[in-house]
Design a protein around this ligand. Structure first.
Ligand code: GSH
Length: 218
């Protein structure tokens, strides 16, 4: 039976990756925007769904699934025709996709946060944390720049959801003040990515949810 899907997400958060994946799947879902600045993700009502208080959280027939990596693997397997990853024929392929998801989730995300929200990592002076975040970001962005030397997308000729996860990470690094100006292939990747219809639809969906909440709160 077709599952019922409901996504908790937040403006500019890494839930944009799941939102883009859902749009690519083309399967109906509902969504609820949480306003992190108001602490809605730490309210008891949401903590009873995800005790970690994080977005994305995807309810699948009412059961919460958390962590982008797990949600994306589940969506890829449930909607194989969406092509979230290249077709996989072996445990090796699937492990490689998981490895790439974990790399962005644990190798980029903490640096993005150190740069954008350094107060998450220290109760003291935020500037050294922000600076260190930028140094670490420069390392992973360079890895991406090198990887794109002979290909437009992470896995070669075709987009995959890893490209969206990377796009989210470097654009959020930019929101925090990190510049990608010294990385021409990453800039070209950004342009290619921002032309994708599934991303456009995801951003429109997020913007509509923000507008709805603004109206409710007016
Ligand atoms: N590794 C998790 C990270 C989730 C995460 O940290 N989400 C952020 C938004 S980008 C969040 O919910 N932040 C609120 C908080 O940590 O208080 C994933 O990839 O899903």
């Amino acid at each position: 039976m077709a599952p019922e899907l409901m996504l908790y997400h937040a403006h500019t958060a890494c839930s944009r990756v799941t939102l883009t994946a859902l749009e690519q799947c083309g399967y109906g879902y509902t969504d609820r925007l949480l306003i992190l600045q108001k602490g809605e993700h730490k309210a008891p009502a949401f903590l009873s769904i995800n005790s970690g208080g994080k977005v994305p959280t995807l309810l699948v027939d009412g059961r919460p699934l958390v962590e982008n990596g797990a949600i994306l693997m589940w969506l890829a397997e449930t909607f194989p025709e969406a092509g979230l990853f290249p077709p996989s024929t072996s445990a090796w392929d699937r492990a490689r996709y998981m490895s790439d998801l974990l790399w962005v989730s644990s190798g980029w995300h903490p640096y993005v946060r150190a740069n954008k929200v350094p107060s998450m990592w220290t109760t003291g002076d935020v500037e050294p944390v922000r600076e260190r975040g930028r140094e670490l970001l420069a390392g992973v962005v360079q890895q991406l720049e090198d990887h794109l030397a002979d290909r437009p997308w992470w896995y070669g000729e075709d987009w995959s959801i890893i490209d969206t996860y990377l796009w989210w990470a470097y654009t959020n690094a930019e929101i925090g003040g990190f510049s990608i100006a010294a990385f021409p292939r990453v800039q070209a990747h950004r342009q290619r990515h921002e032309a994708l219809p599934q991303l456009q639809r995801a951003l429109a969906r997020e913007a509509a949810a923000v507008a709805k909440r603004d109206k409710e709160n007016a």
